[in-house]
Each structure stands twice: as structure tokens, then as C-alpha cells.
Design a protein around this ligand. Structure first.
Ligand code: PLP
Length: 468
């Protein structure tokens, strides 16, 4: 690797176009050939269907990280060649992410740890008296960081149009003349449904409010163009974008970030520090992204995120989206063939969605079902409330006080489930994983589990003693 190799920047975001051959766009990921034991005997290739939690690393990302690793050095603080190279790599990653997100002149890209971290950073940078508006349907990372502000929680909308009307009415009723921020998710981590981000941004701006897009689930599946969507900030996580090296991103307007106290105080965020005559310390803080990146930056994480941005851009979202839509249709058609399965949805069957589908199975505790998918079929999904408790409880029709957790009594046919199962996938998912999943659901519902399960440390696990 040479210094020139690390300064390469990403091409501009590719617009969505019709695919030529969607079979070509399964991107190689690590772990694709990992085999796992089955409780019923033998083993099988692991089907990773929990991309919405953390997606596997793209092989390309891993290779880029491995190519850089011998050149690893300190960032922004070393005179040596490798420090300079690492600094350039870190700053070129920032440019690549800015290009990937279609950032405007003057926008900043701040490297964080994750979406959660990014939104907490923005929450810490809110101007005085800022009101925050957030739908109750959000992931907790979007719902909870605003505790220091006056927060209005908006009721779950049942159509995208209702979301616009609800936001419009709430913003119309707010105090005039004070700053406001709307926080909205681009794609639900529960239903996979796409939210009308551009229209919500227009509504926010019409009322003089700003808007931050939680793109944790959107960015891995759809192009996110900050200028075209006209959102003020975007937050996403590297580990959901095939780059699990501990970096996330907050990108967007510089002004609130420039005016705010540094998110973390320390080296890198400070330009000048001097003792005062009275014994105290005067600090001059940085103004750019470094203001909120105190401490030694995660250069490998940033490099990995940039690598993933380049890989997705080069593969072409047109192709990726077309293939994912085929898989979504295949999976939903399969589930529709099992009457006991109820797919959770806010906006209805026809709503556009990414590769995230949550459901419940009549007569099954969801944790038990997910455990059987893993132990008997080698399929990794997630069960629970997916860090979006209000949304999942609304979709399940839960009563106040209902707790969804593993070990809850099995729901009898027709009874409400207390938690759900989520299957999610993306650019590295082969057809076989979706087909195996549909077959497994069909067989489990028809024939029941072949093993018995018990609750251990709050999880459903196969009982080692008994085959059913
Ligand atoms: N927002 C959404 C929609 C998510 O799905 C998630 C994680 O599942 C987050 C935010 C939080 O992401 P992280 O855990 O990487 O901070």
C-alpha cells in the first residue's frame, strides 16, 4: 500500500437505475461459509438473517482494513510517515463519507461510535430552548437522547400521509421563534417500512424546524442523499453498513455543532490550553469536526466505513435495491402461505420496505420460535422488542404493563404474542437463506419443534437432555 493508495476518494453516489442482472450483486461477506451445529445432529451453513442488528463485514472492507493495518499510526498527532499517512487516510475517509451522503458545501462529517452516539452528540449540541419532535415509533436511539430538551412524542401514524399531518399539526402548535428539531428514521428497524423523509423534511422546514435522519437502517439499503432529501443531519452506524470496526457518522450542518460545547473534552478537540493567573485553565476549542472527536480517532473504523461506502457505490444501489426487493417479495410470499404468521406493519402491505420483516406466529412464543430456527435450521434471527418497545407493543396490540420477554407463557392460538421475531438481510444474502427460512417457518408451524427448549439466563435455549 502506498500513500497514493490511501488518498483515493469515492465516486459520487450512483443514482438508482434498473438492474441488468441481479444475480451479480450478492456482495461477498465474511462468514458466508461458516458452518454451525444443529441440535438434531450434523451441521449446516449459517444463515445470518439478523443484518438489521449487525451486518457481516464485506470482504472488500476486511481486505481494505488488512491492507492498511501494517501502516497504522496515530492520527493528527505524529511527525512520522505512518502518522501522516494515517491522518490522510482518516481525512480521506471523511471526504468519502461526505460524497457517499451527498453532503452540501459547508456540511461536516463527524466520526462517532455509532448512530446512538451520533444522536447523543446532536442532542448535546441543541441550542437553548430547542424543542424536539419525535414519533413514538422510533428506535430508542432516536427516542431517548433528547432528555435535556422539551420533547413532544408523536403518536404512531398508520399511513405516511398521517405522519406528515401529525408532524405538521405538532409543529404548528409549537412556541414561535424558538429552535426546533425533528428526529425521524428513514427505514424502520421493526417493519422495514420506508418513511417519507423528503416530505417530512419539507414539513419541518416549512415551520422553521430542523430535521435529523436516523439512517441506521436506510443507509445499508438505499442511497441517502442529504441534499436531495434536504435533511439537516444524517446519522448511521458502520456495523450495519458492513463495516463493523466501531465507527459511526453524524453528517450535516456545521452551525449547531460549532456553537456547542465539545461532546467530549480532551486532546484533539482543543486547539490551545493555558493556565490562567488565577490558577484555572483557558481552553480554545476546535471549530471543525475535531471539536467533537476528542481523543485518538478510530482511524480503522473510519477507513472501514469509507471502504463500505465505496463498495456499495460501485456495486450500484440500482442493482442492490432490485435484488433486495426480489428477496423481500420472495420472503413475504412465503410467509403469506402460512396463515398462522402475522407480519407486523404500520403502513400496510403495499408500503415500500427494506429487507427487514418482523412477525409473530399464533400459538408460539417468539423466543421459542427463534431458538428453534437457530438450533434446528442454523438460521440466526432476532426475537424481542428490537429496542423499539413502544412501536412493537403498538403493533402487537399490547396492554399497558405487558412485558415481552423470553420465557413468557406460550400464546395459545388467537392470543396476543408479547414479543416478535425479526428476519433481516441485505447485500450478502443468498437466495438459499431466504428459501431455508421460509421452509423452516412452514415446517415449524406445521410439525412443531423437534426439540424441547427451556429458559436460561433470560434466553430460550435447547434443553440438552431431551429430544421431543
Ligand atoms: N436507529 C435504528 C433505526 C436502529 O435500527 C438502530 C440499531 O438497531 C439504531 C438507531 C442504533 O444503532 P447503534 O446500536 O449502532 O447505535
Amino acid at each position: 500500500m502506498s500513500a497514493t493508495a490511501v488518498t483515493a476518494t469515492a465516486p459520487a453516489t450512483t443514482p438508482v437505475t434498473a438492474p441488468a442482472d441481479t444475480e451479480q450483486v450478492v456482495l461477498p461477506v465474511l462468514g458466508a461459509d461458516v458452518r454451525v451445529p444443529l441440535v438434531t445432529g450434523g451441521e449446516t451453513e449459517y444463515a445470518a438473517l439478523d443484518y438489521a442488528a449487525s451486518a457481516p463485514a464485506l470482504k472488500r472492507v476486511w481486505d481494505d482494513v488488512a491492507a492498511y493495518a501494517p501502516y497504522y499510526g496515530s492520527v493528527h498527532r505524529g511527525a512520522g510517515y505512518l502518522s501522516q499517512l494515517s491522518t490522510e487516510l482518516f481525512e480521506s475517509a471523511r471526504r468519502t463519507v461526505g460524497d457517499f451522503l451527498g453532503c452540501r458545501e459547508g456540511d461536516q462529517v463527524v466520526f462517532t461510535r455509532s448512530t446512538t452516539d451520533s444522536l447523543n452528540l446532536l442532542a448535546a449540541a441543541l441550542p437553548a430552548d430547542c424543542e424536539v419532535f419525535v414519533f413514538e415509533t422510533e428506535h430508542h436511539a432516536s427516542l431517548l437522547p433528547w432528555r435535556g430538551a422539551q420533547v413532544t412524542f408523536l403518536d404512531a401514524p398508520r399511513t405516511p400521509e398521517q405522519a406528515l399531518r401529525t408532524l405538521d399539526a405538532a409543529l404548528a402548535a409549537r412556541r414561535a421563534g424558538t429552535p426546533a428539531l425533528v428526529c425521524v428514521t428513514g427505514a424502520s428497524n421493526v417493519t422495514g417500512e420506508l418513511w417519507p423523509v423528503r416530505e417530512l423534511a419539507a414539513t419541518a422546514h416549512a415551520h422553521g424546524a430542523r430535521i435529523v435522519l436516523d439512517a441506521a437502517q436506510l443507509a445499508p439499503h438505499r442511497p441517502v442523499d442529504i441534499a436531495r432529501l434536504d435533511v439537516d443531519w444524517v446519522a448511521f452506524s458502520g456495523h450495519k453498513l458492513y463495516a463493523p470496526f466501531g465507527a459511526g457518522v453524524l453528517a450535516g450542518r456545521a452551525d449547531w455543532l460549532r456553537e456547542a460545547e465539545p461532546y467530549l473534552a480532551g486532546g484533539g478537540a482543543s486547539r490551545k490550553v493555558a493556565r490562567r493567573a488565577d490558577g484555572g485553565v483557558d481552553v480554545e476549542w476546535q471549530e471543525g469536526p475535531a471539536r467533537h472527536e476528542a481523543g485518538s480517532p478510530n482511524v480503522i473504523g473510519a477507513h472501514a466505513v469509507a471502504s463500505a461506502c465505496r463498495a456499495l457505490t460501485e456495486a450500484g444501489f440500482g442493482q442492490l435495491v432490485a435484488r433486495e426487493e426480489q428477496l423481500v417479495a420472495r420472503l413475504r410470499a412465503g410467509l403469506a402461505g402460512v396463515p398462522e404468521v402475522r407480519v407486523l406493519s404500520l403502513f400496510g402491505d403495499a408500503a415500500p420496505r427494506v429487507g427487514v420483516v418482523s412477525f409473530v406466529v399464533a400459538g408460539w412464543n417468539s423466543s421459542h420460535f427463534a431458538a428453534a430456527l437457530s438450533a434446528e435450521y442454523g438460521i440466526g434471527v432476532r426475537d424481542g422488542l428490537f429496542c423499539a418497545h413502544p412501536l412493537v407493543r403498538t403493533l402487537l396490540g399490547a396492554e399497558p404493563g405487558d412485558q415481552g420477554e423470553c420465557g413468557a407463557p406460550e400464546a395459545a392460538p388467537g392470543e396476543r404474542s408479547l414479543n416478535a421475531i425479526r428476519v433481516s438481510f441485505g447485500a450478502g444474502t443468498p437466495d438459499e437463506h431466504i428459501d431455508r427460512f421460509v421452509r423452516a417457518v412452514t415446517e415449524l408451524v406445521r410439525d412443531g419443534a423437534r426439540w424441547t427448549y427451556r429458559t436460561e439466563d433470560g434466553r430460550c435455549v435447547p434443553d440438552p437432555a431431551t429430544a421431543r
